[in-house]
Design a protein around this ligand. Structure first.
Ligand SMILES: Cc1cc2nc3c(=O)[nH]c(=O)nc-3n(C[C@H](O)[C@H](O)[C@H](O)COP(=O)(O)OP(=O)(O)OC[C@H]3O[C@@H](n4cnc5c(N)ncnc54)[C@H](O)[C@@H]3O)c2cc1C
Ligand code: SF4
Length: 481
């Protein structure tokens, strides 16, 4: 390591990168615009190919970013795609929706030296979209199919990534999902304006063409128990995500027109997919012309406010009990929402919902921040006599998600869970306490990111393969004895 590099690390420890240093407005918007090749070339060539690839270190998948940037800068796009897809099962998805300001781009050396990040996410999207266009993305051709099979519960990014990795090794894979479409939150959670649905659907088709079987409308626990499924396959992966919405238990919580975020977003996504959605069509879940109040400060709340804007709401307000600096959501998303006309009401928490049958307003309290709590974030304290009222025709609650009670749901009391309700696994083998049953993605990590779901499930696939090979060896030894 050179002296210059050591100096840089030392300097950065003293001056941690500020998120706001990403100033270039154009770079934010690039994600949603058509990316022209020259722009990709120009951006890629801004990479300084620094000795320590901070971007790569801060990408959960360890993507070889400097190499594919160099190849793109040289116009060698097919090779860039090959490098990029070798560590990521959905580069075009991550390129669109990773919070790059917290991951690769936020740690780009050029960004930290104040010159604006190399737009890594947009380039990743560009490389892979081009690969799809040019026909470089190919389904898996299995030459020697194995006799062993794996059942995957949950067709979100976690389940899909694991399925792809196992299929590459020749295993038979079936993915069961309780929804009518595969994709998990990529289809029914994340809005179309961030992630176009055709992007997910073409991935699903690729996996089907690769011989992976999808069984939709199949809820484990209802259609079959975990143990029944276990008997059908040589190994099982649980990748069911987290879906129990956190509640606000304040007066008026049972008034009409107060909805959990996923109900609102699913209706909107279904409409985008061309489904008939009665509650949207009759106006209940459509925010057009309404005063919308969204409660929460995470990325899901940002999706709700930005979806409301697109549905032509009269006004959109976001209530958050801490301040901008302490928001859990991506700074980039807040910036986008503000630019689109969302009003953020910081340091405010709901005290009660007002209305007769339907909600007509939210009574709120002002908040001040106290000392940091165990999580390191400053504790919100309600200011006395600070109540006031905000008009609302519809309220969307976005306070985060917890895991459902899987042992109960799966009719598998034995399945060990943590105190947070996530599935407990052996971190080395990724196996649960039930032999041959593995778990990964949000259901293990808690509500997280697509890129982490992919990373965890690539690791799970390696462990499942090792388990299957050992099983086969044992069976052969028994036969030979
Ligand atoms: C609104 C919203 C916006 C988000 N935006 C972003 C973003 O911009 N960037 C980002 O990186 N991350 C984002 N995330 C987080 C990201 O979507 C998740 O981290 C990721 O999808 C987790 O993947 P997963 O496969 O573990 O779970 P999921 O995507 O939740 O998939 C789980 C699947 O399991 C199925 N399932 C559940 N129970 C059963 C059962 N009993 N039987 C059969 N099937 C079952 C479900 O139907 C679902 O299809 C967002 C999340 C939400 C809610
Ligand atoms: S996967 Fe996400 S963090 Fe990694 S390089 Fe792509 S956009 Fe950046």
């Amino acid at each position: 390591m050179t002296r210059k590099m050591l100096q840089f690390i030392k300097l950065n420890k003293q001056l941690p990168p500020k998120r706001e240093t990403i100033k270039r407005k154009d770079d934010f918007n690039e994600i949603y615009n058509e990316f022209i090749s020259e722009k990709a070339r120009e951006q890629s060539s801004r990479c300084s190919q620094c000795g320590i690839p901070f971007c790569q270190i801060h990408c959960p998948l360890g993507n070889n970013i400097p190499d594919w940037l160099k190849l793109t800068a040289e116009g060698r796009l097919k090779e860039a795609y090959q490098v990029s897809q070798s560590t990521n099962n959905m580069p075009e998805v991550c390129g669109r929706i990773c919070p790059q300001d917290r991951l690769c781009e936020g740690n780009c050396v050029i960004e930290q030296s104040g010159h604006g990040t190399v737009t890594i996410g947009s380039i990743e999207k560009y490389i892979t979209d081009t690969a799809w266009e040019k026909g470089w993305v190919k389904s898996i051709k299995v030459e020697n199919e194995q006799d062993q099979s794996v059942g995957i519960i949950g067709a979100g990014p976690a389940g899909m990534a694991c399925a792809e990795e196992l299929r590459k090794s020749g295993y038979k894979v079936t993915i069961y999902d309780r929804y009518d479409r595969p994709g998990g939150l990529l289809i029914y959670g994340i809005p179309n304006f961030k992630l176009e649905k055709f992007v997910v659907e073409r991935r699903t088709k690729l996996l089907k063409d690769s011989g992976i079987k999808f069984i939709n409308n199949f809820e484990v626990g209802k259609n079959e128990t975990l143990f029944e499924l276990r008997k059908k396959h040589d190994a099982i992966l649980i990748s069911t995500g987290v879906y129990k919405a956190r509640e606000i238990d304040i007066p008026g919580h049972d008034l009409k027109n107060i909805f959990p975020a996923m109900k609102f977003l699913t209706a909107s996504n279904r409409k985008g997919l061309g489904d008939k959605v009665e509650l949207f069509d009759n106006g209940t879940l459509n925010t057009a012309g309404k005063n919308v109040v969204v409660i929460g400060g995470g990325d899901t709340a940002m999706d709700c406010v930005r979806t409301s804007i697109r549905q032509k709401a009269k006004s959109v307000k976001c209530l958050y009990r801490r301040d901008r600096e302490n928001m859990p959501g991506s700074a980039r998303e807040v910036y986008n929402a503000e630019e689109e006309g969302v009003e953020f009401i910081w340091l405010t928490s709901p005290k009660s919902f007002i209305g007769k049958e339907k909600v007509s307003g939210v009574e709120v309290n002002k908040i001040e921040l106290g000392d940091a709590d165990a999580s390191g974030r400053r504790k919100p304290i309600v200011k006395e006599n600070s109540e006031y009222q905000i008009d609302a025709d519809i309220v969307i609650k976005s306070l985060g998600f917890d895991p459902e009670n899987l042992p109960k749901l799966f009719n598998a009391k034995e399945l060990a869970i943590s105190k947070w309700g996530t599935i407990k696994i052996n971190l080395q083998t990724m196996q649960t306490n039930i032999n041959g049953v593995f778990a990964a993605g949000d259901i293990v990590r808690g509500a997280s990111l697509v890129v982490w779901a992919i990373k965890d499930c690539r690791d799970a696939a390696v462990q499942i393969e090792e388990f299957l090979q050992n099983k086969l060896k044992k069976e052969k030894n028994i036969q030979a004895a």
